[in-house]
Design a protein. Sequence first.
Length: 173
Amino acid sequence: MDEDARLVRRFLQGDSFAFETLYRRYYERVYSIARGILLDADEATDAAQEIFTLVFRNLDRFDHRSKFSTWLFRVAVNRSIQEGRRNRNRRRGVELSESLPIETEETPESDPRVQEALERLQPSDRAILVLFYWEELSLIEIGRSLGCGPNAAKTRLYRARERFRSAFDGEFA
């Protein structure tokens, strides 16, 4: 049994400190996922808090068939996509590099054309790109987080890349 599973069991037995440990361990990654999908710092902060509230209330539904982190990332992706759909008509003005934990002076992500292309994508496309490129999850982990198999995750990633490439080249209207 891994450490996260032990913390989940302790929380379910009444140890609130166990949940605080999980929160501290995963907050930055959940925030990064939300920020990558929503492209807005304030919305990502709100979404991360809501995600952890949902997890807190529903942790008894975690069935241990997958790792806790996989389940948590699935909740984070789904909730962030829902929020993104709700706000899809609002234009974002956020630098992608702000959502990345790596601080570099000049990266492809700091190119405003990259930001504009990401804004044109659907939240679900941004989600898979975030999981693969920022969170560096494997296709197996992405599949589990999205509720599909690794081959479907690979196909979705390929399609998201193609849509990004089209958006970057200005082919989206």
